[in-house]
Design a protein. Structure first.
Length: 196
């Protein structure tokens, strides 16, 4: 499977989904990625259907701070190394919070420049991830790669990512989803390529 940066940037700018590979921090797991501003209910449903992993909102430290979201475990004890913030839900405009439309609503509220922490409640069904302050130069993960993609594509400062599982429940590798990539014409980009 070929991987190139520019087609992925073009896809992100156009509001399309891409696949991120090369996250060595998670043993090579692969992720779907879309700019958060384009994460409508169809995009969330696609991730839930074809990705099956946890759907997460990738945020810069500054964006997370503006929303009052901090790391769940910022210390060193019992540390998984996964930079999760507290889960969130839109304070208004959702029902149970778990539907694709409800999660898309929560993401839209979280990335609205006019929103603050008062517009969100916890716990919720959207799981923020807070990137390393130094981006890919500091941490070469899908989280930082997703934020680099949206930044370079001029598509905001937040992304939505979802790890991809196979039908049997094991984590997928790129060769497992070749048919899916071709069927949906998905661009593929590698973390290391973005970091270069």
């Amino acid at each position: 499977m070929t991987s190139a940066v520019q087609p992925a940037l073009d896809a992100i700018a156009a509001g399309q989904m891409v696949v991120i590979t090369g996250d060595t921090l998670r043993g090579g797991d692969i992720d779907f990625c879309v700019a958060a501003r384009h994460a409508d209910d169809a995009a969330i449903n696609f991730m839930a259907t074809h990705g099956r992993g946890l759907i997460c909102l990738a945020l810069t430290p500054a964006h997370a701070m503006r929303l009052g979201i901090s790391l769940i475990n910022a210390g060193t004890e019992r540390q998984s190394g996964r930079p999760h913030g507290r889960s969130i839900e839109a304070a208004t405009g959702v029902s149970t919070g778990i539907s694709a439309a409800d999660r898309a609503r929560t993401i839209a509220v979280a990335v609205d420049p006019g929103s603050s922490g008062d517009d969100l409640v916890s716990p919720g069904h959207v799981f923020p991830l807070i990137a390393a302050a130094g981006g890919l130069a500091e941490r070469q993960g899908a989280l930082e790669a997703a934020l680099e993609l949206v930044r370079r594509a001029g598509a905001g400062d937040a992304a939505v990512i979802c790890s991809i599982m196979r039908d049997d429940g094991e984590m997928a590798r790129i060769d497992d989803i070749t048919d899916l990539i071709e069927a949906h014409n998905l661009a593929v980009v590698d973390v290391a390529e973005l970091a270069r």
